[in-house]
Design a protein around this ligand. Structure first.
Ligand code: FAD
Length: 285
């Protein structure tokens, strides 16, 4: 099912998983998916390492199995920065042949000092390519706190509007911890004439290392009340996990009350946390 159709019916609730590392046990992800499918999410998206290689095959295989084994719609992520047009065509052909209806069209992060050899410079070029050549539902990424490489929020919104106009059907945000950043961003998108559904990306932060990684990688800001939680429970992993779940639940409760189009939960392949959050919010969505 194409994800854009679901927004007409309800507040969307979707999940994100990542494929197993090359030398880890593949059966683990299928155990996780089995548990996640009990949540009956509107779709599950599967990430794809920008480096490509075997990870890409795994993304497509897992996204295809989500549809056929668990009866849930799926989304294959596809970063384009390291790929030629020929390679992207092969991947998209494989996606369509595998019964996957939805692609998250991404540029991908550019590793420091990396010489770019692909045919795509920005995600909008991939969106155009898919839109012109495939009957796929196209999703793209957006950034409530502005993409770290952007000069400013105005330029970032301008680029986002252009990307959406190239053929995007729905957007998913980078994770954020302060809902006011999301509301301010949503208002800017409305003023810019961006009228596709925007799902809010929520990550339950359940350990300190994960927070440090997020700040480094995504440049997201930590609200004072969140820092207080971290400081109080950093030496108590169970308490920090529970506080992280409670924080995500309070974010979702507020977002749904404010009429968000959908919630995209970054599960980090943790079905325990995803279930706890879903149990707390299922009557709201
Ligand atoms: P773009 O839309 O190309 O934007 C990147 C930057 O360039 C922005 O600053 C933008 O303002 C600017 N820009 C955009 N278009 C133009 C233009 N035409 N001319 C000039 N400037 C422009 N990465 C992975 O490798 N694998 C994944 O599976 C993955 N999944 C993700 C899922 C979500 C929901 C999100 C939010 C991000 C994900 N990422 C993933 C990370 C993503 O690849 C990075 O954030 C990357 O740095 C930007 O990707 P983008 O598609 O947003 O790029």
């Amino acid at each position: 099912m194409k994800t854009a159709d679901i927004f007409n019916e309800k507040t969307v609730f979707s999940l994100e998983v990542f494929p197993p590392k090359p030398d880890s046990d593949e059966s683990v992800i299928y155990g996780t998916l089995e548990q996640l499918s009990d949540i009956h999410p509107d779709f599950i998206s599967v990430t794809y390492g920008a480096g490509g290689g075997k990870n890409g095959c795994k993304t497509i295989k897992i996204a295809s199995d989500i549809v056929t084994k668990y009866g849930v719609s799926s989304v294959a992520h596809l970063p384009c920065i390291n790929h030629t047009k020929e390679q992207i065509t092969q991947i998209l052909d494989s996606i369509t042949a595998s019964g996957i209806d939805n692609v998250l069209a991404l540029r991908g992060d550019i590793p420091e000092g990396c010489v770019l050899t692909g045919d795509f410079r920005h995600a909008n070029e991939l969106v155009t390519f898919i839109h012109e050549n495939y009957d796929l539902n196209i999703i793209a990424a957006c950034y409530p706190e502005t993409h770290p490489e952007s000069k400013n929020a105005v330029e970032d919104i301008k680029c986002l509007k252009h990307k959406v106009d190239c053929g995007v059907d729905h957007l998913i945000t980078q994770l954020f911890l302060d809902n006011d950043d999301f509301y301010a961003f949503r208002e800017k998108t409305q003023l810019a004439g961006i009228d596709v559904p925007i799902e809010a990306g929520i990550m339950p932060v359940t350990n300190k290392r994960q927070v440090e990684r997020m700040v480094k990688l995504c440049g997201i800001k930590l609200p004072t009340k969140f820092v207080r939680i971290l400081e109080r429970y950093e030496d108590n992993p169970i308490a920090l996990r529970d506080a992280g779940i409670a924080y995500a639940v309070s974010q979702i409760t507020d977002l749904v009350a404010e009429g968000v189009d959908g919630i995209h939960l970054y599960t980090m392949n943790n079905s325990f946390t995803a279930h706890k959050i879903y149990d707390a919010v299922q009557s709201l969505i």
